[in-house]
Design a binder for this molecule. Structure first.
Ligand code: NAI
Length: 424
């Protein structure tokens, strides 16, 4: 069995380990569903001897997931799914105090980022856990030799699932992958309530601006966008929503937001936040008509939602004003402020999504791997949803942990709700 050792790990500062462990413990307090699953799998050892290669945001919540997988019997190798999202103390805690091979440094350059993914692949994972499909992409391009080892995988985010579905449609996907993002207990909570809050947290930590009275432009009214928009509104902003999907645009309109194309919103916004998973949503022509002092940031997966090369081209120079705040001197004389290099704002400038929502996302991850293993070779290479009963189980456990209960239908109600004969 190939296992990365503690000495092979690569983290920024191992002396942060104890501080990291305290924060991992703090996050764990908000993750009761994962804790209950951890207790069970530690006893049952369903992942005994299994090699798991995970490429996730290396945060205190992910540390709780990695510990759960280890306690279930797996040997885990972890690297970052974004160069700016690593919490160095959590990474140090995993290596020093938990003995989990970790390859992640906050602010790592592109070369290091990919070297770290390669290091995880060198452990010959049998299960891959991705957040954005970078591991799967390497496995299907430069590291095809490793594919025979892989039994299956999971994918955490919207953007990754889109990439995987494209691979499946082309017939190139070589193993089954569970789209954890599509569990309702994932995207309805993590993307909406988690990122809805933490993206605003990132904005505030980076800038310390007052949101009340500002015009906030939210690009995309999906799960992340609606979460962010409602929090902007709750804090007193005038909110404009930009969409390409008529249904989602209509929802935004009926939720009470102004809906307009980005070309119209560009000159009105004080703050712009992209949440689309799409390319160049804010582009060169839009920077040209922005107000002096406009703040531009992204909460979608990749740093290509804002066309940064166009901003660079239109600018006479740039300087760092505060951590994660880059001031661009636009050729027109105005200043435009780009946050966190256009990367995930909540991960770069804040502490990512709160543990209480990652609790459900990561409970899905563990149950999805168990499900994959139980299916054996029964699942052909494709992208699969998390089974609905597991999704419902996680929601039930979360409600219970919150001290709330729901009703159960009576037999008569169940019959009635499934019957077509009842009428007026
Ligand atoms: P979603 O698919 O529910 O929503 C995306 C929305 O953007 C859709 O309504 C789509 O019509 C719209 N859109 C696409 N192109 C557009 C354009 N050019 N202009 C305006 N709107 C456009 O996806 P979801 O779940 O909201 O995720 C969005 C992004 O956020 C993805 O990249 C996802 O991976 C990422 N994500 C980031 C998280 C974080 O921690 N920052 C957490 C969860 C998701």
């Amino acid at each position: 069995m190939t296992v990365a050792t503690k000495s092979q790990s690569d983290v920024a500062d191992r002396s942060l380990a104890d501080a990291g462990s305290r924060r991992v413990e703090w996050a764990g307090r908000e993750m009761p569903v994962l804790a209950s699953i951890r207790k069970r799998v530690a006893a049952e050892q369903p992942f005994k001897g299994l090699r798991i290669g995970a490429c996730l945001h290396v945060t205190t919540e992910t540390a709780n997931l990695a510990i759960t997988l280890r306690d279930a019997g797996a040997s885990v190798a972890l690297c970052a799914s974004n160069p700016l999202s690593t919490q160095d103390d959590a990474a140090a805690a995993l290596v020093q105090n938990e003995g989990i091979a970790t390859f992640a440094r906050k602010g790592e350059d592109r070369e290091t980022y990919y070297r770290h993914i390669e290091a995880v692949l060198d452990t010959k994972p049998q299960i891959t856990m991705d957040d954005g499909a970078d591991v799967v992409t390497l496995l299907h391009t430069t590291r095809k030799d490793l594919l025979p080892n892989v039994k299956g995988g999971t994918e955490e985010t919207t953007t990754g699932v889109i990439r995987l579905r494209a691979m499946a449609a082309e017939g190139v996907l070589a193993y089954p992958i569970i789209a954890v993002n599509e569990a309702r207990t994932k995207h309805m909570f993590d993307n909406q309530y988690g990122t809805g809050q933490s993206a605003i947290d990132g904005l505030l930590r980076a800038t310390n601006i007052l949101i009340a009275g500002k015009t906030a432009v939210v690009c995309g009214y999906g799960w992340v966008g609606r979460g962010v928009a409602s929090r902007f509104r709750g804090m007193g902003a005038i909110v404009i929503v930009v969409e390409v999907d008529p249904l989602r645009g209509l929802e935004a309109a009926m939720d009470g937001y102004q809906v307009m194309p980005i070309a119209d919103a560009a000159s009105r916004g004080d703050i712009f936040l992209t949440t689309t998973g799409n390319l160049n949503v804010i582009g060169g022509q839009h920077f040209a008509c922005m107000k002096d002092g406009a703040i531009v940031a992204n909460a979608g997966h990749f740093n290509d939602e804002i066309e940064i090369p166009a901003l660079e081209k239109q600018s006479k120079g740039k300087r760092t004003i505060r951590p994660f705040v880059e001031e661009y001197s636009h050729e027109s004389g105005k200043k435009i402020f780009l946050l966190a290099e256009g990367r995930l704002l909540n991960h770069a400038a804040a502490e990512a999504n709160p543990a209480a929502v990652m609790d459900m996302s990561f409970a899905n991850q563990v149950l999805a791997i168990e499900y994959l293993l139980n299916q054996g070779s029964g699942l052909k290479p494709d992208v699969y949803p998390v089974p609905a009963d597991l999704d419902a189980l996680i929601a039930r456990l979360k409600l219970e942990a919150m001290g709330m209960r729901i009703d159960t239908m009576t037999d008569a109600q169940r019959t009635y709700s499934q019957s077509w004969k009842a009428g007026t």
